[in-house]
Design a protein around this ligand. Structure first.
Ligand code: ADP
Length: 375
């Protein structure tokens, strides 16, 4: 019990000492600035022109107050008043005050110095409050954007699923096999879309909470590309998809589930944002200790000013287009970043976008020959 009390008190002392050490540069600066202001006033005006001296000395207090915290600015205020009294009020080089008139001068000087410190502190406090309010407003804006797009994006597929299945269940359900199949197919398509959307939302939440553990395994990139294309088979039906991955591409250590999600998101975007009759090209190459995977299309491309921002959460070039929420690329960036790689978009000669991401080479094979590194 005693020991606990002692250690808590020790912790408090340590905290106070830590805070003082962190503030120390401010106090040192306060002493230096007051010394400099006093010197300047001394050489520029001597003790003859007290009004100018006061200006220079107070300027020193203002500088410290604007730059450092409350403590250093109070110290500057006090030191300035004392320096003023010591060097510029008779008797010189003494803290004694000879003239009642000078008591007033000293008092006014001290008061103004304290007022400056207070004002500077309240300006700082206000700026801090404004910064916090701005942060809260931004978070709120993001939350609203998420809520409105999620509710829209969840409702649309749900409406299609409800519509198709209720048509099938109704007493007037079509008897024709083709019509029944078309209804079932549209329900299935929308259910998969919902599934992807919810998965993206969950992935993002887990990535942000730092809960997603990466299980890296040394494996061929070709496999993950194949798995992603399989998963998108329905979505890519009738599309011209070209894959070019050299046989001698080195194995890379990565989490296959997560990197598959990256490829899925990029290929799905290439399918969503480009004309149905345009090709999608997937390729991979290795250079400078990394493997580069490229997903290229012949669509409209990404405007120059949006090339960075499309990787931010909830950012979309044109609202309402493609039926997404603006999370796909943010997830890609988080996953690739967690693997130590980079992701970016550039325009292609002849039109279209080229999304590329890298995965560093050099994962070490594990003893059982399967799992390589686990981060
Ligand atoms: P979502 O597709 O859900 O909107 P993403 O994060 O995947 O979200 O994409 C963000 C935005 O980037 C999209 O809204 C789209 O405007 C743009 N974009 C993504 N991929 C492409 C592409 N291949 N061609 C043109 N624009 C794209």
């Amino acid at each position: 019990m005693n020991r606990q009390t002692t250690s808590t008190a020790g912790g408090g002392d340590r905290g106070r000492i830590g805070a003082t050490i962190r503030a120390a540069p401010g106090y040192v600066a306060a002493v230096l600035v007051v010394a400099a202001a006093t010197l300047i006033a001394w050489f520029a005006f001597g003790s003859s022109d007290l009004a100018d001296v006061v200006m220079v000395v107070l300027l020193g207090v203002a500088v410290v107050s604007m730059r450092f915290g409350y403590g250093p600015s109070l110290l500057a205020a006090l030191l300035s008043a004392l320096a003023f009294e010591y060097f510029f009020l008779p008797p010189y080089f003494s803290l004694a005050i000879a003239n009642v008139h000078h008591v007033v001068t000293f008092g006014v000087m001290l008061t103004i110095a304290f007022v400056i410190s207070h004002l500077a502190q309240s300006v700082r406090d206000q700026a801090e409050r404004a910064r916090r309010a701005d942060l809260v407003a931004q978070t709120e804006l993001q939350r609203n954007a998420l809520l409105s797009s999620v509710s829209h994006d969840l409702r649309t597929p749900l409406a299609v699923i409800t519509g198709s299945t209720s048509a099938l269940l109704s007493p007037h359900a079509p008897v024709d096999e083709r019509a029944r199949r078309a209804l079932l197919e549209s329900a299935f398509r929308e259910a998969r879309r919902l599934d992807r959307l919810v998965r993206n939302l969950l992935d993002m939440a887990r990535l942000e909470a730092g809960e997603l553990r990466i299980k890296k395994e040394l494996q061929p990139v070709e496999e993950v590309v194949g798995a992603a294309l399989n998963c998108l088979e329905e979505r890519l039906r009738g599309r011209d998809v070209e894959v070019d991955i050299p046989d001698d591409l080195p194995l890379v250590a990565f989490d296959s589930v997560l990197v598959e999600q990256v490829v899925i998101n990029l290929v799905e975007n290439a399918a969503k944002y480009t004309p149905a009759d345009s090709p999608i090209e997937l390729s991979a190459s290795s250079s400078d200790g990394e493997v580069v995977v490229e997903i290229a299309d012949r669509g409209p491309g990404v405007p120059e000013q949006d090339k960075e921002r499309i990787f931010e959460k909830f950012y979309r070039v044109r609202a309402g287009e493609g039926g997404g929420v603006g999370l796909g690329l943010a997830i890609c960036r988080a996953i690739v970043g967690a693997h130590g790689g980079r992701i970016w978009v550039s325009e292609r000669a002849g039109g279209g976008s080229s999304f590329r991401f890298t995965l560093p080479l050099g994962g070490r094979p594990a003893q059982d020959g399967r799992s390589a590194t686990t981060a």
